[in-house]
Design a protein around this ligand. Structure first.
Ligand SMILES: [Mn+2]
Length: 317
């Protein structure tokens, strides 16, 4: 069943207790921020809540879990945040919870509506923004740590407020969260400025593979398994490589190929665009995504894959 309004969602989230909050595997700032932010807020209202992730919480987000400890209670309600499909829960949470999620809060249009009740706002920049809006609606206090959580999700899902879809609401929420005590500058530095040494070295090697076509309007880089292994890059850090080609002046379509560890003849392509339809390009190869950011997997030699993708992209300039 659909939860139609934010009001209805707020009502439900204030009437639950003994809550397990589920976040998606390979966690990002939005799922971790929404999970812990909601958890802290529920706890501040005397509601028992825990947050779970199949992969645990990455060190990158440990500042959001300062002082967090699981509470002991008999679970009554299961809520998922930023999870578009139960598959994304990963193992073991998928096996354990897939068929018994009570409330789903999400901002992906592609949400599979797997929960008993779902609130999905595909126009909202971040699940953290939905949680923030709920708290504002109920009129609750936001602790500095909860503010850190919600800010992190909004900042990361909007690419530090740089993506086209960043709404005025996202900026207003950020201002408000700053007033609530969030460490915006520190978070921005940790999320958007600091990189591991491996990542910097990997970027250097990946950039050296950059090739251009269509008078420099299309750029492509390849991150091979050799680069990933020799630079000891955490696979979680690889997502950020997708932005590199588009950072070159004059480039309108940027493509990043990632050789797959399990199958070296398969390349996962991330397509990023300034104004072209990235989803349309990716769908030519059986993939999909958003208008400015999409992905697909293509098999073949690196040269073949690169040439096929660049040729397809040229049709969308
Ligand atoms: Mn999200």
């Amino acid at each position: 069943m659909k939860i139609e309004t934010l009001n209805d969602l707020a009502k439900k989230l204030t009437q639950i207790d003994n809550v397990t909050i589920l976040t998606h595997a390979r966690p990002d700032g939005d799922t971790v921020g929404a999970g812990l932010g909601l958890c802290y807020w529920l706890r501040s209202r005397g509601i028992k809540a825990n947050v779970k992730n199949s992969d645990g919480f990455p060190a990158l987000f440990s500042y959001l879990a300062e002082g967090y400890e699981d509470l002991d209670f008999e679970e009554k309600t299961v809520v998922s945040v930023d999870v578009a499909d139960t598959k994304l829960l990963g193992s073991p949470l998928e096996e354990e919870y897939a068929d018994r999620i009570d409330i789903c809060v999400d901002h992906h249009f592609s949400n599979r509506m797997f929960a008993r009740e779902s609130y999905v706002d595909g126009d909202c920049c971040a699940t953290c923004l939905i949680i923030y809006n709920v708290i504002k609606l109920v009129g609750g206090e936001i602790s500095p740590l909860a503010a850190d959580c919600l800010y992190t999700g909004i900042a990361t899902d909007t690419g530090c407020f740089m993506f086209e879809g960043t709404s005025p609401d996202a900026h207003r929420a950020a201002a408000d969260l700053k007033e609530a005590g969030c460490r915006a500058a520190e978070i921005n530095r940790a999320m958007f400025q600091v990189k591991s040494r491996g990542r910097i070295l990997g970027e250097q090697k990946a950039i050296s593979t950059m090739r251009f076509s269509e008078d420099g309007r299309i750029a492509l880089i390849t991150v091979t398994n050799e680069i990933i292994d020799s630079c000891k890059i955490d696979r979680a850090e690889l997502d950020a490589f997708a932005g590199i080609p588009l950072s070159v002046e004059g480039v309108e379509i940027g493509i990043t190929l990632k050789q797959q560890a399990e199958d070296p003849t398969a390349y996962k392509a991330s397509v990023r665009t300034v104004s072209a339809d990235a989803a349309a390009i990716a769908s030519r190869f059986g993939g999909g995504g958003h208008v400015r950011a999409a992905g697909c997997t293509v098999k073949g030699s690196e040269k073949e894959v690169a040439e096929r993708l660049m040729a397809a992209a040229a049709e969308y300039l």
